[in-house]
Design a protein around this ligand. Structure first.
Ligand code: ADP
Length: 465
């Protein structure tokens, strides 16, 4: 359906742009033509009126100086020389009678003359005449009227020629303009087409491919750049998703295989109640581990995506640390590890979610104890630096290899040496996403066999607030 839409020529942007261009071009051309056309007509009309008026004045002079007879002779002579069908002259008495005229045999159907006191111009159509005529009626001082009628044939032929020429010119211009507009629009759209094709190819084949930048202009380059950035993100997400799925599959398979193995061994072996009890206990233990892992994964996703809102309450970090140390003291003692805290006397106030931050501190302490050999030490302290509260968890444990440090915050990543220790490789990922959701960060310094120091940076409560 998408392709069908895409192939529809009339829906293409290039076609629409060309159409817009043509419509605008036509409106503009017709407007310019109309202005020129009407100013031409009014110019011709003015010229004709001036000529008629000049002729009328000359006839009037002749009438006064040489009388009606001479006037009529002049009427006839002038009409013959101009053409009897092209012009006529009349002198009308105050009673409305024609006293002198040129040959009127071609001028049937002339309208009755209205006796007027001022000069009048009229344009009218006469029966039997293809073209309109321009009529002048000029009163003389003694109450007569000199009337001159002239055909507008020349003007009409000229304006018609003008109209025809313009029509042909407009048609040619529209054709060429349309063609040029279409080529320009196609050229402008070529970058978009190139990116669309690349996007379709990449979507079908290889996510690693990128749209090459072209020469179609900054907008297209920006589009290609944004598209490539999006691909980069998609590729990273797909990779991350694949890794997470692989890890989940692996981490789920091991406990389920163990559960199945225990159940199978119990079934095959002697039907002793204690064996069943043991099996049930192991199944519960393994299931708990699974549930815990799934819950932690969910918590990381929810924290990362911001689906679950963090509480924003005023907290004194010293309280969280003291409670955590109290909680972990028995575990540390069991493992003969010296767990100490070093807290300032002043409160260290931040805005945050207490339960979430407790998990961060618990994960770091748990790791420090887990990865430190008996007889070692773990210290947790707080300090302030400018606008940051910094919680430091230091140990003199096994340390982390240099090349592993950048990966320990990844989901499911477990260091080489930690494989023998229980864990899912999710504790640090969760801690980092919680701290980031608070606007902070976690950094780590570590030397193998010497120990590690994890520093949690959290923004201090601003005194202005
Ligand atoms: P887990 O502890 O379940 O393996 P984490 O996400 O908490 O997962 O830690 C990831 C990895 O970081 C661990 O497997 C371990 O290799 C390393 N690590 C974390 N904390 C320490 C520490 N205090 N000392 C040494 N290695 C550590």
């Amino acid at each position: 359906m998408y392709l069908k839409k895409k192939n529809n020529f009339f829906r293409t942007l290039a076609f629409r742009l060309t159409l817009w261009y043509l419509v605008l071009f036509s409106i503009l051309s017709i407007a310019i033509f109309s202005i020129m056309y009407f100013s031409l007509i009014s110019h011709f009309r003015q010229e004709m009126d001036d000529e008629l008026l000049d002729a009328a004045k000359e006839f009037e002079d002749l009438y006064y100086t040489h009388g009606i007879k001479a006037l009529e002779e002049e009427f006839q002579r002038e009409a013959r020389s101009e053409g009897l069908k092209r012009i006529f002259f009349r002198l009308v008495s105050p009673k409305g009678e024609v006293e002198a005229s040129s040959d009127l045999s071609s001028w049937h159907g002339l309208p009755d003359l209205k006796l007027n006191k001022s000069t009048i111009f009229q344009t009218l159509s006469l029966p039997g005449h293809l073209h309109k005529i321009r009529l002048l009626a000029k009163p003389t001082e003694d109450g007569h009227i000199i009337e001159i009628g002239a055909t507008l044939k020349d003007d009409e032929l000229l304006t018609e020629k003008y109209r025809r020429t313009f029509g042909i010119a407009l048609a040619i211009m529209l054709l060429c303009g349309g063609l040029v507009g279409w080529l320009v629009a196609k050229k402008a759209m070529s970058g978009v087409e190139r990116i669309t094709k690349a996007a379709m190819r990449i979507g079908k084949h290889d996510l690693k491919e990128r749209v090459p930048l072209g020469n179609e202009g900054q907008e297209i380059d920006e589009l290609a750049f944004a598209f490539n950035e999006m691909l980069e993100r998609i590729e990273a997400l797909v990779k991350e998703l694949k890794e997470v799925t692989d890890h989940v599959a692996h981490d789920l398979r091991s406990p389920i295989t163990r559960i199945r193995g225990i159940a199978e061994t119990t079934l095959i072996g002697e039907q002793d109640l204690n064996a069943y009890r043991e099996m049930a206990a192991t199944v519960i233990e393994e299931s708990d581990r699974l549930v815990e892992m799934i819950n932690t994964m969910l918590e990381i996703s929810q924290t990362d995506s911001g689906v679950v809102e963090m509480l924003r309450e005023k907290l004194d970090l010293r309280e969280i640390i003291s409670e955590a140390v109290e909680l972990f003291q028995p575990v540390a003692e069991d493992k003969q590890i010296n767990l100490k805290s070093d807290l300032p006397s002043d409160p260290v106030v931040i805005i945050g979610d207490k339960a979430k931050l407790q998990r961060v501190v618990a994960n770091l302490l748990d790791n420090a104890i887990k990865y430190t050999k008996p007889g070692g030490w773990v210290t947790i302290s707080i300090r302030k630096d400018l606008s940051w509260a910094i919680i430091e968890v230091a140990d003199n444990g096994i340390g982390i290899k240099k090349e592993e440090i950048p990966r320990i915050f990844e989901r499911f990543y477990r260091g080489d040496k930690s494989r023998s220790t229980p864990g899912h490789g999710l504790g640090l990922s969760l801690a980092l996403s919680i701290v980031r959701a608070h606007g902070g960060n976690i950094t780590v310094k570590s030397v193998v066999h010497k120990g590690s120091t994890f520093s949690v940076f959290l923004p201090l409560e601003s005194p202005i607030k």
